[in-house]
Design a protein around this ligand. Structure first.
Ligand code: NDP
Length: 244
């Protein structure tokens, strides 16, 4: 099955590092014109050096007004990946208002807002589109110290379903991928301790964490016409973790 994105315009949030960066590069290699959105300018500079066709946009997506300004002239987009996310791990009884607000601002509110901006254009052009939200296995299972993170991903899954419902009449599909642990900078915060990692791995039937490419391939499938009838779905990339 060959997937190409020639002639498509894609926007990837959180494209500076990890899964988002690999997705932006894979889309560009597949022929898409890619807009890469993230908040660290240095990451955008190295990304553009690696792939000069990428259009960089530097903004803190937790800031609603700054996002509006930064994406005002982004132009038509056919494919959107809401990937930017953060994980602030705290025992439940120590969760602060600040970490709750920051987590929801990025993991949920920014996905809603960027989708509004992009989908309004898709609707106006009548050209349809495909949107993938990067959720997590944490939307379906409880993990110690992950109360806020789990809650944001649960909220994102419901947002995916309602967006799928409301945007389908405009031929815009919305799906999520729900990975297990992928050893990016983010995952190192929670899973660097070998004892903790091994306990987690022992609960994954495939006996290993996911690789960045495992997630990217699923995102590309959901963005592409090969998944033309898939809408409102969540796709675990978890080696069977959620099946147990
Ligand atoms: P990384 O930390 O490696 O990369 C996250 C990217 O998002 C960074 O470029 C980061 O920029 C950017 N970002 C974060 N906050 C903002 C913001 N406010 N505005 C703009 N950009 C922002 O994370 P991953 O690649 O691991 O995670 C990507 C997604 O995958 C997240 O949604 C995460 O929840 C999800 N996920 C990850 C898993 C894992 O184990 N890694 C498992 C399941 C889901 P900066 O560095 O400048 O903050």
């Amino acid at each position: 099955m060959e997937i190409t994105f020639t002639g498509k315009r894609a926007l990837v949030t959180g494209a500076g590092k990890g899964i988002g960066r690999a997705t932006a590069l894979a889309l560009a290699r597949g022929g898409a014109e890619v807009t890469a959105v993230t908040r660290t300018q240095a990451d955008l500079e190295t990304l553009v050096r690696e792939c000069p066709s990428v259009k960089p946009v530097c903004v803190d997506l937790a800031d609603w007004d700054a996002t509006e300004r930064a994406l005002k002239d982004v132009g038509p987009i056919d494919l959107l990946v809401n990937n930017a996310g953060c994980a602030m791990l705290q025992p439940f009884l120590e969760i602060t208002q600040d970490s709750f607000d920051k987590s929801f601002d990025v993991n949920v509110k920014a996905a809603l807002h960027v989708t509004q901006i992009v989908a309004r254009g898709m609707k106006a052009r009548g050209s349809g589109g495909s949107i993938v939200n990067i959720s997590s296995q944490a939307s379906h299972r409880a993990f110690k110290d992950h109360a806020v993170y789990c809650a944001t991903k649960g909220a994102l899954d419901m947002l995916t379903k309602v967006m799928a419902l409301e945007l389908a009449p405009y031929q815009i599909r919305v799906n999520s991928v729900n990975p297990t642990v992928v050893m990016t900078d983010m995952a190192k915060i929670g899973w660097s301790d070998p004892a903790k990692a091994n306990t987690m791995i022992s609960r994954i039937p495939m006996g290993k964490f996911a690789e960045v490419e495992d997630v990217v391939h699923a995102i590309l499938f959901l963005l592409s016409d090969k998944s033309a009838m898939t809408n409102g779905a969540f796709l675990p990339i978890d080696g069977g973790f959620l099946a147990c």
